[in-house]
Ligand binder design. Structure first.
Ligand SMILES: Nc1ncnc2c1ncn2[C@@H]1O[C@H](COP(=O)(O)OP(=O)(O)OP(=O)(O)O)[C@@H](O)[C@H]1O
Length: 265
């Protein structure tokens, strides 16, 4: 069940990572990192390759085991919740390499995002098939509305694999939104997009935050997008927090310039 934002109280962070450690055998990938994200905030997560950004996403979504520290969603500890339950808690993510089902239609892909809200109710499907069908049809309507919002209605019935790359990226966001997330984790969403496509994608993400009130954490190497989109930026380096602040503060920070910005676009 998704965390109730009202019950959790407003004003505090929706996502709170404290002193998290992750080890892969001899590799100490995260060394006591912390991150705090408020409701409706867009937080950029930047840093050089290997800094531990994706490992943090994997820890939040429980794909990587945390060896120390705590991760809370609206105050509720999630660091021991099974990975398959994370979407129920209200966390959705997109991946560096698109995680789409190419042979399925766009609508079907997006409805998969809502599956935990409608599917898997075997007893209901057997005993109350009418109700199960009603739930499915409600879900389809909601997913079609999301497709409409994201200007994907025209391709709803096309195979996802046949679409241009930027459209597939939009579809991934639509699928994440179908799960009604409190927090949306985007892992390098601008990767592979042209300059013009990045600008358009940035506008889309800003609109998603406005329309859905979702908090967004964005791992991104495209500094133009980070600077224009994020309210706050957290910088990781060698598995540790290096700096935090507004995009302008981080951009002017000599330690960040030295470790990272001096080497990027
Ligand atoms: N499953 C794994 N097994 C072993 N080492 C891993 C694993 N996943 C990540 N690592 C290591 O952990 C460190 C952090 O990697 P991570 O992918 O989180 O960095 P990143 O900041 O996301 O980098 P990039 O910007 O290149 O995606 C690296 O040294 C990486 O090789």
């Amino acid at each position: 069940m998704a965390v109730d934002l009202k019950a959790a109280g407003s004003g505090g962070p929706v996502l709170s990572v404290e002193n998290v450690d992750v080890r892969f055998g001899g590799i100490h990938a995260l060394k006591g990192v912390s991150l705090s994200v408020n409701a409706g905030e867009i937080c950029g997560l930047i840093g050089p390759n290997g800094a531990g950004k994706t490992t943090l996403f994997n820890s939040i979504t429980r794909l990587s085991a945390v060896t120390a520290g705590s991760i809370r969603l609206c105050g509720q500890a999630i660091e021991t919740v099974p990975a398959r339950r994370i979407i129920h808690m209200g966390i959705a993510r997109t991946f560096q390499n698109l995680g789409i089902y190419g042979a399925m239609t766009v609508l079907e892909n997006v409805m998969l995002g809502a599956h935990h809200l409608t599917g898997g109710r075997f007893v209901e499907a057997v005993l109350r098939p009418g109700r199960a069908r009603h739930r499915e049809s409600e879900s389809e309507q909601r997913c079609r509305a999301i497709l409409d919002d994201l200007k994907l209605s025209g391709v709803a019935d096309e195979a996802a694999g046949s679409l241009p790359y930027p459209t597939q990226k939009r579809m991934e966001i639509a699928r994440a939104l179908a799960s009604r997330p409190t927090v949306l984790l985007l892992d390098e969403p601008a990767g592979g997009l042209t300059h013009g496509e990045v600008a358009e994608f940035g506008e889309l993400v800003a609109r998603v935050r406005e329309d859905h009130g979702v908090a967004i954490v964005l791992i991104e190497h495209h500094m133009g997008l980070v600077m224009s989109l994020c309210d706050r930026v957290e910088v990781f380096h060698l598995g540790r927090n290096l700096a935090s602040g507004t995009p302008m503060e981080v951009k002017a920070n000599p330690a960040v310039i030295d470790a990272y910005l001096g080497r990027t676009r």
